[in-house]
Design a binder for this molecule. Structure first.
Ligand SMILES: [Zn+2]
Ligand SMILES: [Zn+2]
Length: 335
């Protein structure tokens, strides 16, 4: 254990096989208590860690900086040209290389402290391309995720530049644009739930979603390791900006949020620890359970009420595991 690590036993329990889980059960979000209590409502949105901090804020900041300093002008993007398209492709690839690379490398040094599954990532397993989970995940990220993310982004910029889709000026309608920007994570939650349920339809699961689910013990690079069909569905949320009046920055935030969020959602570590007991949340235990048991927790953590509503919620307890094991038995054809 390095000098940076807190004792994870003060935050959760480890079973006989060494699997760690946080204390308590997973919350149903949004909680009912916030609806008639403005103080609780504000706290729910702005607490740390919470809906906006740290990650939603960081995704927004990276998007704004990239739009201001690393995005060609709409004038340039009026016609498809290899120069600016390649620039956006390599820009996105570089951002993900640095972003996900930092999580991967930093958490590797943390050992098993706060790690849900004590096993290291697979290095000699024929389930994965090159028999290596990390190399496999890198392949799907850079050869499928980044090209398809870039394609959606490039075509959308081109459509804005040529006024094929409804453009709203940030200068003339700042409140509307800010509101839409703020709404993006919530639109993404709804879109993610619907497409994820669709991907668990057995034929689509077998063709596409199985690629992502080979990662039962996930790592930072597993987040965007998906089949191209899944990437087409996953990034398609940006198409809402083809229908509702929007701004290129807001549309770009949609795919950037989709591109950046899976990293902290798949690290497999509840927290990243630093000196003096400082930590940042890097885990999504609810989604980890989805990777472990498949037939539960299809929604993102902020909309876990959807799983509760549909009878597919796994709150992390032993009883919930028994229930889901019975469901998996009935659907063995998935696996
Ligand atoms: Zn799934
Ligand atoms: Zn996943």
């Amino acid at each position: 254990m390095s000098e940076y690590n807190l004792n994870d036993e003060n935050f959760g329990t480890r079973d006989k096989r060494g699997h760690w889980k946080p204390f308590g059960t997973i919350a149903i979000n949004p909680p009912k208590s916030i609806f008639f209590n403005p103080i609780k409502l504000i706290k729910y949105f702005f607490k740390f860690p919470g809906i906006f901090f740290p990650w939603t804020f960081v995704f927004g900041l990276i998007t704004v900086l990239t739009y201001l300093f690393l995005t060609p002008s709409l004038e340039t993007m009026k016609t498809f040209e290899i120069g600016w398209i390649a620039f956006i492709f390599f820009r996105n690839a570089a951002i993900i290389l640095v972003w996900t690379g930092i999580f991967h490398m930093r958490l590797k040094n943390q050992g098993t402290s706060f790690k849900y599954n004590p096993r290291p990532l697979e290095e000699n397993n024929p389930t994965f391309l090159f028999n290596n989970q990390t190399k496999d995940n890198l392949f799907y990220t850079f050869c499928s995720a980044i090209p398809l993310w870039t394609a959606y982004e490039v075509i959308t910029f081109w459509a804005f530049a040529n006024q094929i889709i409804p453009y709203v000026s940030w200068e003339i309608y700042p409140i509307y644009c800010c509101f839409l920007f703020f709404l993006v994570p919530f639109i993404r939650d709804a879109h993610f739930y619907l497409t994820h349920r669709l991907l668990h339809w057995a034929p689509l699961y077998r063709i596409a979603h199985k690629v992502h689910h080979r990662n039962t013990n996930t790592g930072a690079w597993s987040g965007m390791s998906m089949h191209p069909i899944e990437h087409i569905l996953y990034f398609s949320g940006i198409l809402i900006h083809w229908i509702i009046p929007s701004h290129p920055l807001v549309a770009m935030y949609h795919v950037f949020h989709a591109g950046l969020a899976p990293t902290p959602g798949h690290t497999g570590y509840e927290k990243m620890t630093f000196k003096n007991g400082v930590t940042i949340p890097t885990g999504d235990y609810m989604h980890y359970i989805h990777h472990k048991y498949f037939e539960c927790n299809y929604s993102g953590g902020n909309t876990s009420f959807l799983d509760k509503l549909m009878g597919t919620f796994h709150d992390g307890s032993e009883e919930a595991t028994k229930e889901v094991m019975a469901r998996i038995k009935d659907k063995a054809h998935y696996l």
